[in-house]
Design a binder for this molecule. Structure first.
Ligand code: CO
Length: 152
């Protein structure tokens, strides 16, 4: 189901730190599906659950093949390289910001069966995951980056 409302900056909930997922219940499975569907429908490269008003550590991210993957309780355990990228956010309507990020990351995340490790060597995907991880900690591109004016 496409979630009808993506919170917009400045919203207090966007500044809240999201909670760890503990229960793999039907609500969580629905949320995982909804995030991918909502991000795709809005033309975004990713979405964190807090952006649809659910402060849980779940994100959906678009891969190179156009499909979406979901990560639950993700955390970066290793990083290297630097990259500076122009980032947009479905919750920040005022335009792109140039942000500094790690170019490569290793992420641990939870599956129902236990913790898994994901190596991300593609800087574009690494940036997108770091962007969504920021959302889980209440951080937005307006805090990290330099605003780049929209072409008029
Ligand atoms: Co965003």
């Amino acid at each position: 189901m496409i979630r009808p409302h993506i919170l917009q900056h400045p919203s207090k909930l966007l500044r809240k730190r999201s909670r760890e997922v503990k229960d793999w219940d039907t609500d969580l499975l629905a949320l995982i599906g909804d995030l991918a569907e909502t991000a795709a429908s809005a033309g975004g490269s990713g979405l964190a659950a807090v952006q649809v008003g659910v402060p849980l550590r779940v994100l959906a991210i678009r891969c190179n093949d156009g499909g979406f993957i979901s990560l639950v309780n993700p955390r970066i355990v290793k990083s290297s390289g630097r990259v500076s990228a122009l980032e947009s956010c479905l919750s920040v309507p005022t335009g792109q910001h140039r942000c500094e990020r790690h170019a490569r990351i290793t992420v641990e995340h939870s599956k129902r069966s236990g913790v898994q490790t994901l190596e991300v060597g593609d800087p574009e995907l690494a940036v997108a995951i770091q962007h969504e991880l920021d959302h889980m900690n209440g951080v937005l591109i307006v805090d990290r980056g330099i605003r780049v004016a929209k072409a008029s």
